[in-house]
Design a protein around this ligand. Structure first.
Ligand SMILES: *Cc1c(COP(=O)(O)O)cnc(C)c1O
Length: 354
């Protein structure tokens, strides 16, 4: 694939790494390409970062035809740049596209776009451990008509945001509220794909939780309101009486790449990992009997996020005295070690850019 590059005339000054935050600063350029039925993907280009011009009837603005991915470019101690399992993101985005009737992208073209874009924005990949260049590929339906149908036109883009360490203030366990009113997804719906609409529909529960001091919600399945699904933008894992339990992928849970990697790392360390149904009753019973040893979320942004408190039906439970547990810490150290190049990658997960 040929990518036409138009460089900016106004390169920006880099923001101090300690002041980056998450998703607030963007690099000098962005990648775009267009899709038209019958013509396929074309006009791959990197242009100066800036506003888009969209027709007011554009599909995405009315019918939520949008999917995205999230991955990072990491800087190693030697100064090299690498990504973590980028093919997993590429495959997942194509799965999302299939579900949402958006066009798929050739895997090699996608990888090439990521690589060329990151190489061009190399100076934006921060240096400190825990910081990264967050990459956000996304696609939207872009027909200029109000008819409801599979789109004939789509736009694919990649933007990048130099981001600070998620744990700039140290790893503090989060407070999670188990949501029993709103549901995030049902089997057959879009819960297993990364689409913007899932997020729009989960904000209300998030707001409710945040009003009473919880940082995210833990979703229950939409049919029985009984089985644990996932947390906000993270999958979830528990250590119950020595067994690591994570909800099985039933079709309404997002198949996280961090989740998958954690399972592989844990099995490699000799832990028993069960992907199965876990009911909220079983979880509460384990909490009451002191059998719930650890709980944590997994996702690209935070990597591993310990859960210190859980609330359900008006009652609050403390997990592991509100501290990060041993397995959680080991997982965090191993995964971040591999990602930032401090620990040898025996799994073959690292994709080096230079
Ligand atoms: C992206 C996402 C995750 C985490 O997936 P990773 O590939 O590990 O980053 C979990 N749940 C939801 C709803 C997500 O959108």
């Amino acid at each position: 694939m040929e990518i036409k590059i138009t460089k900016t005339q106004n390169p920006q000054q880099l923001t101090e790494e300690s002041k980056l935050g998450f998703g607030k600063h963007f690099t000098d350029h962005m990648f775009l390409m267009d899709y038209e039925a019958g013509k396929g993907w074309h006009n791959a280009r990197i242009v100066p970062f800036g506003y888009l011009s969209i027709h007011p009837a554009s599909t995405v603005l009315h019918y939520g035809s949008e999917i995205f991915e999230g991955l990072k470019a990491y800087r190693t101690e030697k100064g090299n740049i690498q990504m973590f399992r980028p093919m997993e993101n590429i495959k997942r985005m194509n799965n999302s596209a299939e579900r949402m009737c958006l066009p798929q992208i050739d895997e090699n073209d996608f990888l090439q776009a990521l690589c060329e874009f990151v190489k061009l924005e190399e100076r934006f990949v921060p240096y400190s451990f825990g910081t990264s260049l967050y990459l956000r590929p996304f696609m939207f339906g872009n027909d200029e008509s109000l008819g409801v149908h599979t789109v004939k036109n789509a736009t694919f883009m990649i933007i990048a945001s130099p981001s600070g360490s998620y744990y700039a203030e140290g790893i503090n366990p989060v407070k999670i509220m188990i949501e029993d009113e709103d549901v995030r997804a049902v089997k057959g719906g879009t819960g297993a794909v990364k689409c913007g609409g899932n997020y729009a529909a989960s904000n209300r529960a998030g707001e409710k939780a945040s009003k009473v001091g919880y940082s995210q919600v833990l979703w229950l399945d939409g049919v029985h309101r009984k089985y644990i699904e996932e947390v906000g933008a993270m999958n979830v894992m528990f250590k119950i009486n020595g067994e690591i339990v994570t909800p099985m992928l039933t079709g309404s849970i997002l198949p996280g790449i961090t989740r998958k990697s954690c399972i592989e790392v844990l099995k490699n360390m000799g832990y028993k990992v069960s992907e199965r149904l876990l009911s909220v009753d079983e979880l509460i019973e384990a909490l009451e009997n002191g059998k719930l040893e650890e709980a944590w979320g997994t996702g690209t942004a935070a990597v591993v996020s310990p859960i210190g408190k859980l609330s359900y039906a008006g009652k609050e439970y403390v997990v592991n005295n509100g501290k990060i547990g041993e397995v959680t810490q080991k997982l965090y150290d191993t995964l971040t070690g591999i990602q930032w190049g401090k620990v040898e990658d025996t799994f073959g997960w690292i994709y080096k850019l230079n």
